[in-house]
Design a protein around this ligand. Structure first.
Ligand code: PMP
Ligand code: GLN
Length: 382
């Protein structure tokens, strides 16, 4: 008898990233869809990686990560945000932020627990919660600048709320949370047992003089939070799938129980290379300038066009409103744009609550200047 399988995630559609990559490739379009750089990685990082491989770091790394890398992460976090995390007990190196997020959710979400997720949201959050029997409580971000509606939050927060998921700088909108938002959250969560999972993979991609409000700057949040970050985003190596998780020892103990049985440990040589590479903070402190220039190059081509936009405050994504150009649904518009005009972007509705279509596309500007200029020229001429 052929076994029947009842899906744990019925109705889940194929990832929009794979879908748009396929269309972009098929159409020969400039690919500003999935978020990854098309420019070269710093040769020094590649040299360090090669050296680590040749140096014999080809067997399992320690389960929580190479200690010197955890020490470097602790130093970076203390100097940027003034928060002390103990390298032995409060930091774990993960296979990208994706695995950190999965493991943190697996550690704390039980069947029936509610998890507040602001929409639009990165696509892994909801399935991760559902797989563990959790109930996503979805709250739409408000208005053209994607702000949290605190009154809606107050209605949603209750005794069953196990976890609140945050993402700043925010994918796909480019919005960043302000200190005031986090103070509001801190005050609301103080009397509760609710935990926080803060996805800060774009912590170093923040523009126009803003500063990243890491949740660890707020003691009442830090004590209840997992913070996830990604070397893939920071050092233009998304294919390495290297990231990390910070959390107070009691939470980290539980997270590691999941980490241990999801992957046990992650790429040893890459960890060794990152230890050396992190010795020069300028390598991440220079990112706001580097990416802001690319954002502005992209937007200069769209100025005066029929696309409307608010410049992204962070991330390497720019959202544009195409309602001045077409009434098509955003998925159809994105597909036609890729096929007919050879520029691929991501339709925002796939991240929205109930798939709401606000006629918006997301373009990734982590691209060579030439790619950005050519894409912007095409879009500007429509
Ligand atoms: N969170 C957000 C908001 C992201 O955009 C990404 C990028 N894929 C991730 C998490 C996952 O990061 P990583 O590639 O390090 O797994
Ligand atoms: N973070 C990237 C994006 O949002 C890619 C994520 C993925 O492919 N899963 O485009």
């Amino acid at each position: 008898m052929t076994p029947t399988i009842s899906s744990k995630l019925p109705g889940l559609q194929p990832s929009i990233f794979s879908e748009m990559n396929r269309i972009a490739l098929d159409a020969g379009a400039l690919n500003l869809a999935q978020g990854f750089p098309d420019f070269d990685v710093d040769p020094e990082l590649l040299r360090l990686y090669g050296e680590a491989l040749k140096g014999g770091y080809n067997q399992y790394a320690p389960m929580p990560g190479v200690l010197s890398l955890r020490e470097a992460i602790a130093e970076k976090t203390a100097s940027l945000y003034g928060a002390a995390y103990h390298p032995e007990t409060e930091i774990t190196v993960t296979a990208g932020a994706t695995q950190a997020i999965f493991s943190a959710i697996a550690a704390v979400v039980r069947p029936g627990d509610e998890v507040i997720i602001f929409k639009p949201a990165y696509d892994s959050y909801e399935p991760n919660v559902r797989i563990h029997g959790g109930v996503p409580v979805l709250l739409p971000l408000q208005g053209p600048d994607f702000r949290i509606d605190w009154e809606a939050f107050d209605r949603a927060l209750g005794p069953k709320t196990r976890l609140v998921m945050l993402n700043t700088p925010h994918n796909p909108s480019g919005m960043v949370l302000e200190a005031d938002d986090l103070l509001k959250l801190e005050q609301r969560l103080r009397p509760t047992d609710t935990l926080v999972l803060s996805d800060e993979v774009y912590e170093h991609l923040i523009f126009d003089g803003r500063s990243h409000q890491s949740i660890c700057k707020f003691p009442g949040l830090r004590e209840r939070a997992f913070i996830c970050s990604s070397f893939g985003k920071t050092f233009h190596v998304t294919g390495w799938k290297m990231g990390y998780c910070l959390a107070p020892a009691a939470l980290m103990r539980e997270m590691r129980k999941m980490h241990e049985f999801v992957v046990f440990s992650v790429n040893h040589a890459a960890q060794k290379a990152l230890v050396q590479y992190l010795k020069h903070p300028d390598r991440y402190l220079s990112l706001p300038g580097f990416f802001q220039r690319k954002r502005d190059l992209f937007l200069s081509g769209l100025k005066g066009s029929r696309f409307a936009f608010t410049p992204a405050s962070g991330t390497y994504f720019q959202v544009v409103d195409y309602s001045g150009l077409s009434e098509e649904a955003d998925v159809a518009f994105a597909e036609r744009l890729a096929r007919e005009h050879k520029v691929a972007g991501i339709p925002i509705s796939v991240f929205n609550l109930g798939g709401a279509d606000h006629k918006q596309l997301r373009f990734c500007f982590a691209k060579k200047d030439d790619t950005i200029a050519r894409a912007a020229e095409i879009l500007g001429s429509l």
